[in-house]
Design a protein around this ligand. Structure first.
Ligand SMILES: Cc1ncc(COP(=O)(O)O)c(C=O)c1O
Length: 405
């Protein structure tokens, strides 16, 4: 069988290979601490499950409109609009099976072969995969670590724009870093988009995973609504990763194209699942509040543990469920030559399983610091404590050795 040439350009989420290693390790009878997957071990709130079950029993099992149920589109327009201070109608919303399909549709609708697309690196790996698959020019932009946060490298971003650059992917409340723009940075990005006439995909998967402060959407800045598509998803906020429910929210003429693509790709999003979405947004919020509360406890606990290891530098983001510590010193202490060697050494010694910076795009040539990503959405408080004791037991003697040399 001969496969198409374009498949050579299709990437993947290499984090799934980390899961395989973790499973192998577990099979050998050892305990694994799963910090590698961005999934939640917290169940979907029961009112959402009940509504969905009722919808199935009520016969909501046939096809439904390709753009989604008008009722759900309306409540998303209202909720997303109110949270962000933007006026949307249901015509601005196309329901999707998850947030991820919005990325592909955005690129298919707006990028011709050869067009340039700016995207964050490190970043969610599907951006680069989709840009390359559809034969665009993938233009990474990076983040610079500051004392207690990360900032977009503005200089590099602007310098990499040329007349073929058409799109900008912006993931505020960022996976894997947990970085968030202050208003100045967000305004700068918006001004760049307007100056170079770029259309923006604002990936807001973590907009509602926020422990302190308030979230802002770039679409709410002046003259940005008309050039921005918001990626919205139920996956994280309501612990619904496996349900596959999300939406694209953007200019009406563009949403018509998204609908046409939906007709070709999936006909419609799962019918009864959408009633779960309506309940999530209209019903009681106790479930979502509980999820957030639990995640905050885990963030505080994990960050406190990591902060107590002198050779690790960690910043404590107010959003997402990731920590992205600088592990350069440990990497050197362990005399590792590659990220993979580093990851496997820690896994084998301690059972602590995480993704490295490399799982979120090819490191830039001038990048010297080493980072890993700890996702704390799929690991209990008890396991965080246990795993950190093991990690410290392994690392602290090494640190003492280096200090005494
Ligand atoms: C930044 C980012 N965008 C989009 C998604 C996709 O979310 P969904 O599960 O809704 O497809 C993820 C999932 O991990 C993500 O981290």
């Amino acid at each position: 069988m001969k496969f198409t040439d374009r498949l050579n350009n299709l990437g993947t989420e290499t984090a799934f290979s980390v899961s395989q290693d973790a499973q192998e390790f577990q099979k050998s009878g050892k305990k694994v601490y799963p910090y590698h997957l961005g999934d939640l071990d917290i169940p979907t709130p029961s009112n959402i499950i009940d509504s969905t079950y009722r919808a199935m029993q009520d016969g909501k099992t046939g096809y439904n409109p390709p753009a989604g149920l008008p009722e759900l589109r309306k409540i998303i327009a209202e909720t997303v609009g109110t949270e962000r201070g933007i006026d949307y109608s249901f015509h601005n919303v196309v329901i999707q099976p998850g947030g991820k399909p919005v990325i592909s549709k955005f690129i298919q609708a707006l990028m011709n072969p050869g067009d340039g697309v700016l995207y964050p690196n490190p970043g969610y790996p599907i951006y680069e995969s989709q840009i390359k698959y559809f034969k665009g020019k993938a233009i990474p932009y990076n983040y610079i670590s500051k004392d207690i946060s990360f900032e977009i490298d503005r200089d590099r971003l602007e310098k990499s724009i040329d007349e073929n650059t058409k799109l900008l992917i912006y993931n505020n409340y960022q996976n894997p870093i947990g970085a968030e723009s202050d208003l100045d940075e967000m305004e700068w990005i918006a001004n760049i988009a307007k100056k170079y006439n770029l259309i923006v995909l604002s990936d807001e998967a973590y907009f509602n995973i926020r422990y302190e402060g308030t979230s802002t959407s770039i679409a709410s800045l002046p003259k940005m609504k008309e050039r921005t598509v918001i990626l919205y998803t139920f996956s994280k906020t309501f612990a619904m990763t496996g349900w596959r429910l999300g939406a694209a929210i953007g200019p009406i003429h563009l949403m018509k194209i998204f609908t046409k693509l939906a007709i070709n790709d999936e006909s419609c999003t799962n019918h009864f699942i959408q009633y779960g979405g309506i309940e999530a947004l209209e019903g009681k919020k106790d479930g979502a509040n509980k999820i957030l509360k639990e995640l905050k406890i885990r963030r505080n606990l994990l960050a406190t543990h990591l902060e107590s290891i002198p050779s690790i530098k960690v910043f404590r983001p107010n959003t997402t469920f990731y920590l992205f510590p600088d592990v350069t010193e440990i990497y050197m202490m362990l005399k590792c030559k590659t990220y993979e060697e580093f990851r496997l050494k820690i896994l084998n010694e301690t059972g602590v399983s995480f993704c490295t910076r490399e799982h979120f795009g090819t490191p830039l040539p001038d990048e010297t610091k080493k980072y890993v990503r700890f996702a704390y959405s799929g690991i209990s408080v008890k396991e965080i404590n246990e795993s950190m004791i093991k990690l410290k037991k392994f690392l602290l003697p090494l640190e003492n050795l280096v200090l005494s040399e």
